[in-house]
Design a protein around this ligand. Sequence first.
Ligand code: FNR
Length: 379
Amino acid sequence: FDIYSTMHSPDPERLPVILEDWEKLAREKLADGPYYYIAGGAGGEHTMRENLKAFTDVKIVPRMLRDVDKRDLSINLFGDIFPSPVLHAPIGVQSIIHKDGEIGSALACAELGVPYIASSASTVPMEKIAEAMGDAPRWFQLYWSRDPDITASFLKRAEASGYSAIVVTLDTPMMAWREYDLKNVYLPFLAGEGVGNYFTDPAFQAKLEKNPQEDPQAAIMHWTKVFGNTSLSWKDIAFLREHTNLPIILKGILHPDDAKLAMEQGVDGIIVSNHGGRQVDGAIGALDALPEIVDVVEGNIPVLMDSGIRRGSDIIKAIALGAEGVLIGRPLMYGLAVAGQRGVKEVLQHMLADLDITMGLAGQSSVSRLDNSILRKSE
Ligand code: FNR
């Protein structure tokens, strides 16, 4: 009742409660280029829609009379206890959304103890985000560059600035066919957004004739050559292991055979994800891919998931199907677009309150004890 009793009568200044209203307001605030960069998906956006459908196809069957007075949303990942199973997904170029950018999102997470995963493609360098966050939990997401010196340098910098795990995104060795961005001729990197980690990197700078401040165009051209790496294969995981002692988590796994290969390479975790439907259009919905992967992993390493989580009940479904945590993407960016740091915090708080209430109403008192006995799939 706390939530209801602390609410005031409608105030025009009040931020939205209804999740879809955040997106509507973000649409009003942003120009076509940035709005579609966030909201859009690859190709005909079939996978983006499939992500949401996968959640509605799974239903919760609530249990009654199970003493849900005390509810524990906490999880343990790689020896760290987090207050809830929610993490901030890695998202680049937040400068196109709001002036608070990555620092605003990271601070909103720090206020709530939600781990922030800093993207390689952040506009602000990882050291600045780390400095703003103090001791708050954070992981670093690696876009694996074609230049091994940059990859090694990013890993070293992340370790030195207090990131406690490395998320390696495998599904983006190049940008996908994104029709809105092509139509709008909008790729923020080419305007110098999202290159903060590269322009400040000694290995990146070493390959340029002039430093990026003196000749930003040449630096951007170099970035287009080194950003991704389409030549990688499974044997290359050893390179990452040689260059960091932090837990390595592979993001973008959808096939159970890849989950097996990941375990053979000795990685520490997996994130089942289709990048929010932004890479392979026609790919399986992320929640649909989760159970088979959980089966082959057999509890040996943590499996997390993202793509399509919108409400507390979605989190329950993902966890009950075997995920140990979930990452949230677009809803937080709509929060950032509407109200900067405060918006990100508010969207997160809503999601966590919704999760807590729905857990109780479904007769569940512990996130770590959720299992698929409370789920049914529609045929
Ligand atoms: C992303 N995502 C992403 N992933 C990543 O590993 N590195 C990145 O830099 C980005 N950048 C990025 C920008 C924007 C605007 C979006 C919307 C997404 C993917 C992200 O981490 C996550 O996988 C999806 O956003 C999850 O899907 P939902 O929650 O948006 O449906």
